[in-house]
Design a protein. Structure first.
Length: 82
């Protein structure tokens, strides 16, 4: 269970809502993952986190699919549930 209250997608407004839509489009999901919703209490933090995520996941020598697998394994090892 998260210890930080997550920003609900339906309550997001302005730039936070825009970033949430970008996240869903980029990830190909119908929801915003909890890690981004936790950062959304401060739009500057969310923007920085989203930019960092895109830079890490879309650039570099390691392909995107491998990075996703690594992220999934790390999440499982950390017993993340969202």
């Amino acid at each position: 269970m998260p210890t930080i209250k997550l920003v609900a997608e339906r309550q997001a407004e302005g730039r936070v809502r825009e970033i949430f839509e970008e996240i869903k489009a980029d990830l190909g999901t119908s929801f915003v993952p909890a890690n981004f919703r936790a950062a959304a209490h401060n739009v500057e933090h969310l923007e920085a986190y989203w930019h960092q995520y895109k830079t890490i996941m879309h650039k570099g020598a390691v392909d995107h699919a491998t990075k996703e697998v690594i992220a999934m394994v790390v999440s499982a090892l950390n017993t993340c549930d969202a």
